[in-house]
Structure formats: structure tokens, C-alpha cells
Design a binder for this molecule. Structure first.
Ligand code: MOS
Length: 762
């Protein structure tokens, strides 16, 4: 089966392999799978419509659900009349707090390694209302239309109490913010004094609004209680977390809950566990039938948290040569009492520049609104807008080219913790990007280039996102005479996970790609792997490395005395040509099929667990980007149009250039929305989202997106599994600042509150 594969020997990871401690020996030894532009293996299923999404699973006797949402921000339900809804055509049941099954509150994300909840509020257990848009009733009917209509017949009278729904009102109560158990506060030296003494200073305040998740696929579940097992077809970034969390709520073991999610139509932090999961499972229990619950687009706005707002101050002080003497980045964000997610906008500033002194801080206020959550590059996407806009201002104040200013402030080691960088080739990315974009054609004088009505400008900004690898990665590896299969409870949200993992595993095993299978998106598979933090690839990779090692060990135990491999130890062998060989004597080779046949076995199966992410204790690890934007701003109408964009990335080894290109471009497109369009508008009198639809909440469409070039250094990181760092979130970081800086260069107008709409440019 490996005919035609000119394989070089691949050494196996030694027993003492510590991720980051010893470089993964796979680096630099290629069968040719890694770095190849393999098309998505799920592509044909998607374009032919045969891929089945969460809301497309038919079930015998299934009913459709619709939700009635609260219309006050805080208070209690004084009266709830379901009679008209119950009498409507096709209605099977109406669930409210009065008849819903008794449940424990959801474990909020990060309260436990397996917690999946967007917040910790009880779900439909009492008459209390905590935000405007909270579900107050679930109608079940024979058709979706009947359910939707009946939901409109629910009659609720509320007793409202005073709610805090305006940011300015909450401001006096700001408190230090915590993120993942750590304070969002860092200090190095005396930054305020250094700022006051600096030759050149810039100081500015930036505002970024709330954002809502708008994945193309609506949040949806199809659920059924079958015997004593709860089966959930989901659209999820965390199937195992969801199974465990629902188990906690319903008081049943997690292995009695099966969550599958083979295809996800977009998930950027928001496809965790929200009330719709719980309501659908509870409603199915109540009425004894399978339930499908698809949130309407409005429902996504009412029920699924997005990015919180920020107000950030950045102060930079430098000497006349541009060396940073002080970097101060601090400000405010908002969250709700029941969730754990302040927007951590200082994260990028922790490692971006070698400033002599640094002060970073986030304070948070609490509001009576829907809980906010993760949204692509939480922190970095809006934090880099403020930091990198201010760097642009500093460059102008100094009369230094903005790229040169950034390069002059490149740190040798992590500016705060002193750790060496695992790999940091951002300067290479800047130089390659500047060349490819034609940065030398930029005029440093704002508003100096015009074609007819259009003012033209160029801007740049740094993007950065940390490398993470979360514990809990485990992989099952099965070898049969026909090939191998890897099984892991991971997620394919359209980014190419399945394709890249098939490449990686085939590479390790010396198999052709067609002989590899990847099972994922099922909570019964091994591991607790989150598709988030741009870390899924690393988490899977470390688990696959461990499983691979186990597989080799077991194969060598069954080879027998007649095999050319007889007597060899795992450290002696390599994988090539669909089998094992002695590393320094490749002709001593036997195929996997032959080993299995000789031992009389149909297959061999192992499960390996990724080691703890110790690399993060030894190195400062980040993906990097240099972003370049060209804009045209209409001098008459103020309309801003991005005309060219280039992202130059340094993210370690690129496993698949085709899927990576889409990841980078997708991130940049989301960044264009962040820069120019996206804004959740809340009526501050009552805490209600005013623009809960794609007609009023704008995201980039094809007409808004220019040609986007992406290039990368492709320099493997010696301290990550497979040499790769994350690529899922880096694309959105730096993008908004590159756009804002280009707009300044085009117009001489510095806009410091997003989105940069045309009214701000007149
Ligand atoms: Mo991402 S915001 O970690 O899905």
C-alpha cells in the first residue's frame, strides 16, 4: 500500500520525550505529507450536501422546539400563561420553570477542566430573570412553524427590579479582573515615572464595542433519551466537556451522555454549552420524545454570549531613537456576575515589545446582561487594536518608519517573565511582508495620496497570539492490514483538522494518506480536547505522538523470531513504507500487514495520552504576524474600503498550506469586520440587544473583502509537537489596527473607537 512513497526513515520519540524538552524527532524527516496542500477530506461531503449537521438528524417521533425570551433585564416572572400556546395547532408540550425537570446549575467554563457552560446560572429552575432575552418557556410542537407560532402566544407578566445595564453606570464599581485563575495585572519597573521622563510620549484611549457570534450554522441540537442514554447531535467545539457538564446537571454519569458533532458550520469561541443544550435535553425528558432545537438568528443573539466591550488606555514613552522606555496598557471591560470571562485585552502587550518598564491592568465591571464569552482571539484581537494604533502614533511622533520602530523594540527574551522564546521570527515576517506588499511605496505623510474622490493609504500592525496546549489530549490508534485509524474526541469546524491530522499521522506511520482514517467529533472517543485557544492541533499532535510510541512498542512485542525486526527495541526502529524498519538498516523492514498476519491478529489498538504541557514552563511561545493594509476612503462620503491586505505569518511549521491559507484569510476577514462593521448595540435602558440580525449587525460580505495575500516563514518551532504553533486566531489579531493605521495614513484622521464607520471619517 505504500508503493511509490519514497520514505525517509522517521525516528520515534524517545521514552523521555518531553514536549518542548526535546525537539520532536519528526521534525525534518518527511515522507512528504507534511507541508503538502492536501484538499479537505471532508470537502466533497460538504459541497454535495451529504455532511449531516446537528439540525439535520432525523429521529423517530421528533418534536420541534421554540423559545420564548424574557423582555426585562432583571426581576421575576409574576404570571406566566401558557394556555393559548398549549391550545395551538400541533403543540405537544410547553416547558417553563414550573414543570421543567430539576437540574443542577451548569458548570461554567474554566470552573473545572471539563466545564462547558457559558455561565453558571440555573436553567429554567425558578421565576428569576437575570438578563433581557433569558428563555422563559420552551414550546414543543410537531413542526417548527407550529412551535414558533405558539411561542408567540406565551403571555408573561414581569415584576422588574432595578438592573445595571449601562457601562457608565457600573464604572464606579470596577474591580481587578481575573482570567483563567490569574489576575490581569503585570508590572515591570516603574512605568509611570519612566513615561514622564521619556523624550517622546503618546497617550490615547480606545473603545471597542460588544460583538456577537455569527457562525453561518445556527446553534442547534437534536437530542433523544434512548433507554438510559442521552444522545445529542450538536454543533460544538467541545463534545467531551459538554457530555461531562450535562452529566453534572442531570445527575447522570458522563458515559451515559453521547455528544457527537462531526461537522460544525463555524465556531469561533461561541459553540460551547449554552441554555439551548440544557433546555432541549430537559424538554425531551419532559415529553418523552426526541427534540430538535435550532436557535433562530435572533435566538443566537439572545442566548449565546459574545465579546464584551473594552475601554483601553495605552501610553508609550520612548527615547529619540524609538527605544521604548515605558509601555502602559490598561483599562476596563464588562462581564456578568455569573460568568468568568473578562476580555483580557492586555495579553498581547505582555510579550510584544522590549519596553524598559511595563504596566498592564484590566479592571472589570458587572452588568445585568447575557454572559459574554470567548470570541476569536479574546483579548488579542481588540488589545492589538489599541496597542498597535498607539505604536503607529509613536512612529509618527518620532519620524521613524512604523516597521522599523517595531523591529527596534523586538525583545530577546520574554519581557515580563524572562523566558526564552521557543521560536520568534517576526522580523523575517516583517521583511518578507514589506517586500511583498510594496511598503516602500507608502508615503509617510497622511492624506497625501488621492485618486479622484478616493484617498489612499497604507498601514501595518503586529499580530500575536499565544501557543497553548491544554492537558487531556488522548488518542486511540488502530492498525489493521489495510491501514491505520486515529480516534480522538476532537472537532472539525471547517478549519481542516481532519485533513491535517490524517497528514500528520500518516507521516509518522509511513503510510499513504488514503490508508489513514480519522475519527473525531464524538464524546465516546478518547480525550477531552477543546477546539479553542488555537491549540487543538498541538493537543492532538502530542496525543498521537504518545499513541504512536505505544503502537510501535506493541508491534515489536508480537513480531516473533522470524521477522527481520526480531529483537529490536522501539528506539531502534523507524516507520517507512507501511511498516517498521531498523533505523540505520532500512532493508530490515516488515510491513504492518505482515507483522499482524504473522502474529495471527486482525488489528492492534492502543490509546496514548499526551504528556502535560511542560513546554509552556520553559519557553515563551507565541504565533506572530505582520499585517499590511491598503485602504481607499471616499473624501466625499467617508466610505472606507479595504483595497488590499497582506498577512505575513510566523507560526512555526505549516502542516497544510491550503487549509492554513483559509484559516489565515478567515481570521483576517473577521478582523475586517471588527475594524469596520461589527457592533452589538444594546438599549442601555433595558439591556436588550437592538440589532439581533444580520440585516442590522454587519459582517463582511464578499463585496467588502479584497484580495488577501498570506505568506509565512514556515520555520518549525523546535518545542511544539510537529513544529507547529496555532493558526486559528492569529489572523484576526493586528488586523483592526492595520486598517485603522491605513485609514489614518489615507485621511489624517485617527479613529479610536470601533467600528470605523463612515460617519467617523467625515
Ligand atoms: Mo477560540 S475564541 O478559543 O474558539
Amino acid at each position: 500500500m505504500a508503493q511509490g512513497l519514497m520514505a525517509k526513515a522517521v525516528a520515534l520519540a524517545p521514552d523521555n520525550w518531553v514536549p518542548g524538552g526535546v525537539p520532536d524527532p519528526l521534525i525534518g524527516h518527511q515522507h512528504g505529507h507534511l507541508g503538502r496542500a492536501v484538499s479537505r477530506i471532508d470537502g466533497p461531503l460538504k459541497v454535495s450536501g451529504t455532511a449531516r449537521f446537528a439540525a439535520e438528524f432525523p429521529m423517530e417521533g421528533m418534536v420541534f422546539a421554540a423559545i420564548a425570551f424574557s423582555t426585562i433585564a432583571k426581576g421575576r416572572i409574576a404570571s406566566l400563561d401558557t394556555a393559548r400556546a398549549l391550545a395551538a395547532d400541533g403543540v405537544v408540550e410547553v416547558m417553563t420553570y414550573r414543570n421543567a425537570p430539576r437540574l443542577s446549575p451548569p458548570p461554567a467554563f474554566m470552573s473545572n477542566p471539563k466545564a462547558a457552560g457559558g455561565d453558571s446560572l440555573p436553567v429554567m429552575q425558578d421565576d428569576q430573570v437575570h438578563w433581557n432575552g433569558q428563555p422563559v418557556a420552551v414550546v414543543l410542537a410537531d413542526t417548527q412553524e407550529q412551535a414558533d407560532h405558539a411561542a408567540s402566544l406565551i403571555e408573561v407578566i414581569y415584576e422588574a427590579v432595578a438592573a445595571v445595564t449601562a457601562f457608565d453606570e457600573a464604572r464606579p464599581d470596577a474591580r481587578p479582573a481575573m482570567f483563567m485563575g490569574q489576575p490581569l495585572h503585570d508590572e515591570k519597573g516603574k512605568a509611570k515615572a519612566a513615561l514622564d521622563a521619556a523624550a517622546v510620549r503618546v497617550d490615547a484611549t480606545y473603545r471597542t464595542p460588544r460583538h456577537n457570534h455569527n457562525a453561518i450554522e445556527l446553534h442547534a441540537v437534536t437530542v433523544a433519551w434512548q433507554d438510559d442514554v442521552l444522545r445529542i447531535h450538536d454543533a460544538s467545539q467541545l463534545v467531551s466537556h459538554t457530555a461531562w457538564s450535562l452529566g453534572q446537571m442531570f445527575g447522570i454519569p458522563e458515559d451515559k451522555i453521547v455528544v457527537t458533532s462531526p461537522y460544525v458550520g463555524g465556531g469561533f469561541g461561541g459553540k460551547c454549552m449554552w441554555q439551548h443544550h440544557v433546555l432541549a435535553a430537559a424538554a425531551a425528558q419532559l415529553c418523552g420524545r426526541p427534540v430538535r432545537l435550532v436557535l433562530s438568528r435572533e435566538g443566537v443573539y439572545r442566548l449565546v454570549g459574545g465579546r464584551s466591550l473594552t475601554e483601553q488606555q495605552v501610553s508609550l514613552g520612548a527615547d529619540a531613537d524609538g527605544k521604548l522606555k515605558a509601555l502602559i496598557h490598561k483599562g476596563l471591560t464588562a462581564k456578568t456576575p455569573s460568568n468568568v470571562m473578562p476580555e483580557p485585552f492586555i495579553l498581547a502587550a505582555r510579550s510584544a515589545y522590549d519596553a524598559e518598564t511595563i504596566e498592564l491592568d484590566v479592571h472589570t465591571v458587572e452588568l445585568d446582561l447575557l454572559a459574554n464569552t470567548f470570541m476569536r482571539a479574546p483579548g488579542e484581537s481588540v488589545g492589538t487594536f489599541a496597542l498597535e494604533s498607539t505604536m503607529d502614533e509613536l512612529a509618527e511622533a518620532l519620524g521613524i518608519d512604523p516597521i522599523e520602530l517595531r523591529i527596534r523594540n523586538e525583545p530577546e527574551v520574554d519581557p515580563l517573565n524572562g523566558l526564552p522564546f521557543s521560536s520568534r521570527r517576526i522580523v523575517d515576517a516583517w521583511r518578507a511582508g514589506a517586500q511583498a506588499f510594496g511598503w516602500d511605496k507608502r508615503s509617510a505623510v497622511p492624506a497625501s495620496r488621492r485618486e479622484g474622490e478616493w484617498l489612499i493609504g497604507m498601514g501595518c500592525a503586529k499580530g500575536t497570539y499565544p501557543y497553548y496546549r491544554m492537558p487531556g489530549g488522548a488518542a486511540r490508534l488502530t492498525m489493521t492490514p489495510k491501514g491505520a485509524s486515529v480516534g480522538i474526541a476532537a472537532h472539525e469546524m471547517g478549519m481542516g483538522t481532519a485533513t491535517a491530522q490524517v497528514q500528520v499521522t500518516a507521516e509518522r506511520l509511513g503510510l499513504p494518506i488514503e490508508a489513514m482514517d480519522f475519527e473525531y467529533g464524538d464524546s465516546t472517543l478518547p480525550g477531552t480536547v477543546l477546539a479553542g485557544g488555537s491549540q487543538q492541533t498541538a493537543a492532538i499532535g502530542a496525543a498521537v505522538i504518545a499513541a504512536h510510541r505505544l503502537l510501535i512498542t506493541e508491534l515489536l512485542e508480537i513480531v516473533g523470531n522470524d521477522s527481520p525486526l526480531a529483537g529490536l527495541k522501539p528506539d531502534d526502529v523507524a516507520c517507512r513504507d507501511a511498516g517498521l524498519c531498523k533505523r540505520d538498516e532500512p532493508e530490515r523492514h516488515e510491513t504492518y500487514a505482515s507483522i499482524l498476519a504473522r502474529a495471527g491478529q486482525d488489528s492492534i489498538e492502543v490509546t496514548g495520552e499526551g504528556p502535560p504541557p511542560l513546554e509552556l514552563m520553559h519557553w515563551s511561545m507565541h504565533s506572530h504576524a505582520a499585517m499590511f493594509c491598503e485602504v481607499r476612503v471616499n473624501a466625499i462620503t467617508g466610505e472606507p474600503r479595504v483595497s488590499r491586505f497582506l498577512g505575513s505569518f510566523d507560526c512555526g511549521r505549516i502542516l497544510n498550506p491550503k487549509t492554513a491559507t483559509s484559516q489565515f484569510r478567515g481570521g483576517i476577514i473577521m478582523g475586517l469586520g471588527l475594524a469596520l462593521m461589527e457592533e452589538t448595540q444594546i438599549d442601555e435602558r433595558n439591556g436588550r440587544v437592538m440589532n439581533p440580525s444580520l440585516s442590522e449587525y454587519h459582517i463582511p460580505v464578499h463585496m467588502d473583502v479584497p484580495e488577501i495575500d498570506v505568506i509565512w516563514t514556515d520555520i518549525p518551532d523546535p518545542h511544539t509537537p510537529m513544529g507547529a504553533r496555532g493558526i486559528g486566531e492569529i489572523g484576526i489579531t493586528g488586523t483592526a489596527a492595520a486598517v485603522a493605521n491605513a485609514i489614518y495614513n489615507a485621511t489624517g484622521k485617527r479613529v479610536r473607537d470601533l467600528p470605523i464607520t463612515l460617519d467617523k471619517l467625515l
